[in-house]
Design a protein around this ligand. Structure first.
Ligand SMILES: C[S@@+](CC[C@H](N)C(=O)[O-])C[C@H]1O[C@@H](n2cnc3c(N)ncnc32)[C@H](O)[C@@H]1O
Length: 142
């Protein structure tokens, strides 16, 4: 399955970030890098883009799509941990953060991810496939 996802409000997001070429930007929901590519394009070698996603399949796609940009750091993780992630990178402040919250079209389209009812697949809905499935109203993991 191809990773298809149309970046939402792309132009508006890029305008809103008001990108400085030497700035540091975080895309906390990297996905297929639709927004990140446009950010990376606008950065000088002194600038930096940190892309975070908790879906390893998205990270693999983004890695390939962003391979021509040197000043990009991709992180497998949760954007809730942004403070720790930036600390680890020794970054004290950033110039902009983008959060495109929700699921990507790929996660919906790919039957095995179990997000959609269109196909007859087992309900799963984990963004981070390394996590266990937890039963609702239970602390039990299956
Ligand atoms: C709507 S998609 C982003 C699409 C991306 N902006 C693009 O244009 O390709 C949302 C992405 O955020 C990721 N995501 C959702 N919640 C997250 C979280 N708490 N931490 C990190 N990534 C998360 C999902 O795995 C998904 O890849």
């Amino acid at each position: 399955m191809e990773f298809n996802h149309k970046p939402v409000l792309l132009e508006e997001c890029i305008q809103g970030l008001n990108i400085k070429k030497d700035g540091i930007y975080v895309d906390g929901t990297l996905g297929g890098a639709g927004h990140s590519i446009e950010i990376a394009k606008r950065l000088s070698p002194k600038g930096m883009l940190i892309g975070i996603d908790r879906d390893t399949e998205a990270l693999e796609v983004a890695k390939d799509r962003l391979k021509q940009y040197e000043n990009v750091k991709l992180v497998y993780g949760n954007h809730d941990d942004i403070k720790d992630i930036l600390e680890e990178e020794k970054i004290e402040k950033v110039d902009g953060i983008l959060l495109d919250l929700g699921v990507s079209s790929y996660q919906l389209d790919e039957a095995k991810r179990g997000f959609s009812y269109i196909t007859d697949a087992k309900l799963d809905m984990r963004m981070d496939l390394s996590r266990q499935v937890r039963c609702r109203n239970s602390s039990k993991y299956i």
